[in-house]
Design a protein around this ligand. Structure first.
Ligand SMILES: Nc1ncnc2c1ncn2[C@@H]1O[C@H](COP(=O)(O)OP(=O)(O)O)[C@@H](O)[C@H]1O
Ligand SMILES: [Mg+2]
Length: 438
């Protein structure tokens, strides 16, 4: 005859498990997997903790659970998750100081060991929280510290009951399991936060470095750009000093000095504008500006330059009445001057540059197109960077300062719009300015 009974290899081992554990095991595994999946999906810590507490509440009918998180610098416990406790109670204990004698949780965190209070009405450590517990309908509270990576508490795991209660061995084992799971979730969240903080610090450091490098480059480029016209000024001034200079050559020298000085002036004005833009200190007078008037001014100012390259300047404005934009008139003119001038200078000699305006959902889109060779592909990603290496032209034979597009983009942005390259290639270039309508 065979005696039926639990085989030692399969049944509960006395002292470590009882019947309940075997019933709990598949549920535990299931809940644990659900929690680990949430952690793997990078769910917010409060969601992971809520899942943990709900799982435990499902296994311990009648219990309400909460996790408080320790803020180490202040030594206070703050709400982490408490899916089935009233929010008024959660608010009442938020900010609980960690100290021996402050409820179950404050004491558990202070002593770094579980604190069991079978009846909060009778325990002096609950004197300050008795009313809040009564209002929440809770009478027993058992709090377990959650161990951090350094084995010091990072929070507390509390189990509440509506009637006086002392945990059973099964409940103790369950709470141990879930407290451990909460420790894993909090530790993971800390690691993620640490990594993010390190990344942010690294990014900030690199941005500062890049900014400082860009500033040095800008300074070097400005110096380089100013050198040639100043040398011209010095040279022609010396020439003027020679005694037997005929009138025609004297006037020529003066014209050269005037042009070179004007160029240095323009350069310095642009540099000043760029730095004021970067500092957010460029005053703008935004008003409704008639597009046709500004386009007329710009094309007029550039007509001589265009004629010198046999370039035709053209405009296509809406025919159904005047178009206005919200902009600073002087700055809008500066932007269009730069774009049209780029079209003339970098476009095809004998070609055409057209300024067009269209209205689009309360905004105005101004486009400047040319039929030139297009912007060099290697310039495209740094077109809007002041003095991008390779973006500056030698001054001799030209009047480039290499700041135009960076400044234009910054100005348009400051006026609440954007400047983009609409299209560029062997068929020509189209620059697009989008600005708010009135
Ligand atoms: N319409 C265009 N067609 C071809 N290349 C262009 C055009 N506009 C700008 N570029 C290129 O982009 C560079 C930067 O332009 P910009 O910032 O206005 O400086 P700059 O005109 O003073 O050189 C120019 O030097 C030129 O190489
Ligand atoms: Mg330019």
């Amino acid at each position: 005859m065979t005696t039926l009974g639990p085989h030692p290899a399969h049944g509960p081992v006395p002292g470590t498990m009882d019947e309940g554990d075997w019933l709990d095991a598949p549920v535990l595994l299931d809940r644990q997997t659900a929690v680990l999946e949430l952690i793997a999906q990078a769910a917010p810590l409060s969601d992971v903790l809520t899942e943990i507490l709900r799982s435990l509440e499902g296994l311990m009918p009648g219990a309400s659970c909460s996790v408080l998180l320790l803020d180490r610098p202040t030594g206070r416990l703050h709400h982490g998750a408490a899916p089935s406790l009233p929010s008024s109670y959660v608010a009442a204990i938020d900010g609980l100081p960690v100290a021996d004698g402050v409820g179950s949780c404050g004491t558990a965190a202070a002593l770094n060991r579980p604190v069991l209070v079978p009846d909060v009405r009778l325990d002096p450590r609950w004197a300050d929280f008795r009313d809040a517990a009564a209002a929440a309908g809770q009478q027993a509270c058992w709090s377990t510290p959650i161990a951090g990576r350094d084995h010091r508490p990072v929070g507390t795991f509390a189990v509440y009951h509506r009637t006086p209660h002392t945990p059973t061995p099964r409940e103790q084992r369950l709470v141990d399991r879930f407290t451990h799971l909460a420790a894993v979730a909090i530790g993971h969240a800390e690691l993620v936060a640490d990594r993010r903080a390190r990344l942010e610090a690294e990014t900030a450091r690199r941005t500062a470095e890049e900014l400082s490098r860009a500033k040095s480059q800008l300074l070097a480029a400005v110096g380089h750009e100013a050198r040639t016209p100043i040398q011209a000024i010095v040279g022609f001034a010396e020439l003027l000093g020679t005694i037997d200079l005929d009138e025609a050559r004297r006037r020529e020298a003066l014209a050269h000095i005037g042009a070179a000085a004007g160029h240095v002036m323009d350069l310095l004005t642009d540099v000043l504008d760029v730095s004021r833009l970067e500092a957010g200190a460029l005053p703008l007078q935004v008003a409704a500006v008639p597009v046709a008037e500004v386009v007329e001014e710009v094309l007029g100012l550039l007509s001589a330059k265009a004629a010198a390259r046999s370039t035709i300047l053209d405009q296509e404005l809406p025919q159904d009445g005047p178009t206005t934009v919200l902009a600073d008139r002087r700055r809008l003119r500066q932007v269009l001057l730069n774009l049209v001038e780029n079209g003339v200078r970098h476009g095809r000699a004998g070609g055409a540059v057209t300024v067009a305006a269209t209205r689009d959902a309360g905004q105005v889109v101004l486009t400047v197109r040319d039929d030139g060779p297009g912007i060099a592909p290697d310039l495209l990603d740094r077109l809007f960077t002041p003095f991008a290496p390779g973006g500056t032209q030698p001054l001799v034979g030209g009047d480039s300062v290499g700041l135009g597009l960076a400044l234009s983009a910054g100005l348009v942005h400051a006026m609440g719009g954007e400047l983009v390259v609409g299209r560029t290639g062997p068929g020509g270039t189209e620059m697009r300015v989008r600005l708010p309508g009135p």
